[in-house]
Design a protein around this ligand. Structure first.
Ligand code: HMG
Ligand code: MG
Length: 387
């Protein structure tokens, strides 16, 4: 019906679009280069859904569900997954089962896992499960491939007290030996700075504080510092202003963006940060999450939305309709490479885990992709089998 009402040239465009859209629904997308060191356009995505996405959920989520989420994310092509945290269960009950989750996840050799540790006890608990206490002849499952820990602090004392019961300087003192010990144990250490734009308790944050805390984390041995817009208040202007200050003392290549999407600006903030030179961003499938100690803040930017913003133009193929008599114009193709991430699979995971939690995915790109697929299936069903 739709087709009968459009001109033949429009029909051609639609067919071409539908063909390429369908291609994108296949789960076997070509594998793209993932070598960040050789490709300046490579963007590393750190999937934080299983930790940041779930930590604030009020109802307990059974470890097998969390493990299934992590496995599905690895299958979708994500290479860096934050799998949980070894924090006090009195403070964040939802993360209490992290050891069990790690024991349940399958091994995907190309995917590395990280966990949050707030103190020595958290690291001790992790190291205990990583130690190869299993005899070499045993058939028991090897320890999970956690290659990295994340330590976390904040740009303001008020948030630091709310989140970890200590001032910023106190937290840095507490974290320094944790970082040293993790490095000695062969783990990489990532650092987080929370509330880099606004603090829910003390308002607008001075970027110089973010700069100084970031520098201290690097001096402690963090190979990467993830800048957390915990409240999601950031705009391209405030993110750029903050980055300009931090970059005075910390190499831009060391910085990552961790932007919550409370005000719908996270994707714009990522594009600004990319422009500034950052190449690592945290994201949460289905836009899950929020921080238990940041009232009102919503989840991280949805992983699907980031992948779409960086590579979504490829879903629609080349320009199909010839224009004028000349050569086809150069297509405005994105230059970003996010590795082998399969957007269609991600959208399915976002829908699935949101359904498990009794809600809809908040990913705009995920919803749009699944709706397009549904329309396609409906169209095919109406057309019937080809003879
Ligand atoms: P505290 O109460 O000052 O700690 O909390 P404590 O040393 O006095 O210990 C109190 C109890 O907790 C003791 O047990 C300890 O054994 C236990 P009790 O004797 O009463 O039975 N305990 C632990 N248990 C398990 N694992 C541990 C651990 N440590 C102590 N590691 C503490 C201090 C740091 C422990 C606490 O404040 C805490 O766990 N905070 C974590 C809060 C958190 O996880 N927040 C969310 C993550 S950060 C985030 O989301 C922001 C981020 O996404 C970036 C952004 O968006 O900005 C990363
Ligand atoms: Mg966060």
């Amino acid at each position: 019906m739709l087709y009968s009402s459009v001109t033949s040239s429009c029909t051609r465009i639609l067919r071409s679009t539908l063909k390429t859209s369908l291609k994108s629904f296949s789960t076997s997308q070509p594998t793209l280069s993932t070598t960040s060191s050789t490709n300046p356009n490579f963007v590393k995505i750190v999937e934080v859904g299983p930790r940041d996405g779930l930590q604030n959920e009020p109802k307990p989520i059974p470890p097998p569900i969390k493990a299934e989420l992590i496995n599905r994310l690895a299958i979708s092509g994500l290479r860096n997954i934050e799998a949980g945290s070894f924090v006090s269960p009195k403070w964040v009950p939802q993360m209490a089962g992290t050891a069990e989750v790690l024991a349940l996840i399958d091994s995907f050799p190309k995917t590395g896992y990280s966990v949050l540790v707030p103190n020595q006890k958290g690291l001790d608990d992790l190291l205990e499960i990583l130690s190869p206490s299993i005899s070499p002849n045993s058939h028991a499952k090897p320890p999970p491939s956690v290659t990295e820990v994340a330590i976390f602090t904040s740009a303001t004392d008020a948030f630091s007290f709310a989140n970890t019961n200590v001032s910023v300087s106190g937290s840095l003192e507490r974290l320094a030996p944790v970082a040293r010990r993790a490095l000695d144990a062969g783990l990489k250490v990532r650092g987080y700075v929370s509330v880099v734009v606004t603090c829910p308790f003390s308002g607008r944050v001075d970027p110089r504080r973010v700069r100084d805390v970031s520098r201290e984390l690097v001096q402690m041995g963090c190979y990467e510092v993830s800048l957390g817009d915990t409240t999601g208040a950031g705009t391209p202007a405030s993110i750029r202003g903050m980055l300009e200050e931090v970059a005075k003392e910390v190499d831009v290549g060391t910085l990552a963006g961790h932007f919550h999407d409370t005000n719908g600006t996270a994707t714009a903030n990522i594009m600004t940060a990319l422009d500034f030179g950052l190449r690592t961003f945290d994201a949460s499938v289905g836009g899950l999450g929020g921080c238990p100690y940041s009232p009102g803040a919503t989840g991280n930017v949805a992983t699907e939305d980031v992948v779409y913003a960086l590579t979504g133009d490829r879903l629609f193929g080349d320009i199909g309709e010839p224009y004028g008599n000349g050569e086809p114009s150069e297509t405005a193709q994105s230059r970003w490479d996010v590795g082998p991430i399969d957007l269609a699979r991600l959208a399915e995971i976002g829908e699935w885990i949101s359904g498990v939690l009794g809600r809809e995915t908040t990913s705009r790109a995920g919803k749009a992709l699944l709706a397009r697929r549904k329309r396609e299936e409906e169209r095919k069903r109406k057309e019937g089998p080809k003879l």
